[in-house]
Design a protein around this ligand. Structure first.
Ligand code: UT7
Length: 339
């Protein structure tokens, strides 16, 4: 009989520690106006809900932020790095465009040894994909403890003269420790989806195998984010409403059963639209987009970190990600249950 085989009993896998990291440099809407862009604090606030974001300086990379967030999550969980069996990093802005992976760099920076390290690329939905992947390793008993980090520094890939894109994004990292929890707690559901037909509405054209970087690509700014904002907005709301409804239906839950809805913080109007459609109450929603802007896949774990001290034991927390790909995903986590 092989011990630790895939046929062993399933365990409940949940979040036992959370941390976040933001760059030092706060940039307000007025700072963006002062850069000379034809915009205003009121336009950005009303159309997006964003008042402030943090921007990494030229010496700060995604792995720098990931390292701080990971150490804070380990501390929050009260465990040492030696307890980790694996690291999953969700990012579209790794330190190097191809390899080594951000997860391998993070493993080295943390001083973890000989453990599984994997990057996940699912843009703003990356945390849902990474948490879903990590929690299944724990659930099947293949790993006891997995670090899941979501980090993005999109500010390094926006055109700072394009008012329709640059005010939206901020940099940041959020990390969680996934480990066994009491039966019935933890990650209860995994519902991930994608529709690549919408790939063109949010894309970085150059730097991949389709169009490797050339001087022309650089001069055309093809290495920077191109976004059809209105199309992204419409696609997001059209996918999210039915998808949240179907998750609730599938698990025989109602909107009222969810303690807190944690949306990817892309635009307050997207969140408000879905809230109205589904009849989510004010007290079931927590947003922090005004403080950090859209930090891509880091936004959900950053919300978790801001909110962690007020979640109740056993509260159902719904994590809703969406973004480039087009990809979207919903997880329900029963909070607490630490063994
Ligand atoms: O993680 C996913 C990432 N992406 C998103 O979540 C983006 C989702 N989309 C959005 O958040 C919104 O579509 C935006 C905030 C990007 C734009 O808001 P909108 O209400 O859809 O505006 P719009 O694109 O329809 O543009 C309306 C007007 C345009 O001017 P004209 O053509 O009507 O004269 C834009 O040029 O607003 C103009 N505009 C601005 N004006 C002042 C666009 N950006 C700005 C700006 N300041 N920063």
């Amino acid at each position: 009989m092989i011990s630790n085989s895939l046929l062993g009993p399933l365990v409940s896998a949940g979040i036992i520690g959370v941390g976040k990291a933001l760059p030092d440099n706060a940039v307000s809407n007025q700072d963006i106006v002062d850069m000379g862009l034809d915009t205003s604090d009121s336009w950005i606030t009303e159309r997006t809900g964003i008042k402030n974001r943090y921007i990494a300086d030229e010496n700060t990379s995604s792995v720098d932020l990931a390292t701080i967030a990971a150490k804070r999550a380990l501390e929050d969980a009260g465990i040492e790095v030696d307890s980790l069996d694996g690291i999953i990093v969700s990012t579209t802005t790794p330190d190097y465009s191809m390899f080594p992976s951000a997860a391998c760099l993070l493993q080295s920076r943390l001083g973890a040894r000989n453990i599984f390290a994997l990057d996940v690329s699912a843009a703003c939905t990356g945390f849902n994909y990474a948490l879903s992947t990590g929690s299944q390793f724990v659930r099947t008993g293949q790993m006891k403890t997995v670090l899941v980090v979501a980090v993005d520094c999109l500010s390094k890939f926006v055109d700072w003269t394009d008012r329709s894109v640059c005010p939206l994004f901020g940099d940041g990292a959020g990390a969680v420790i996934v480990s066994e929890v009491k039966e019935g707690y933890g990650v209860l559901t995994i519902d991930l989806s994608s529709d690549g037909r919408y790939g063109d509405i949010l894309k970085v054209q150059a730097g991949g195998s389709r169009q490797p970087m050339t001087q022309d690509s650089f001069d055309n700014k093809d290495h920077l984010i191109q976004m059809a904002g209105r199309a992204v907005f419409k696609t997001a709301v059209s996918k999210l409403v039915p998808s949240i409804r179907s998750v609730l239906e599938k698990y025989e839950l109602s909107v009222e059963d969810i303690g807190t809805f944690v949306f990817h913080q892309a635009n307050i109007r997207i969140i408000e639209f879905v809230k109205e459609k589904l009849g989510i109450a004010d007290e079931q929603l927590y947003t922090n987009i005004h403080k950090y802007g859209n930090t891509s896949s880091a936004s959900i774990p950053i919300v978790l970190d801001d909110k962690k001290s007020s979640f109740k034991d056993g509260e159902l927390v719904m994590l809703i990600g969406f973004g480039a790909g087009f990809a979207w995903g919903v997880n329900i986590v029963k909070w607490g249950g630490r063994l």
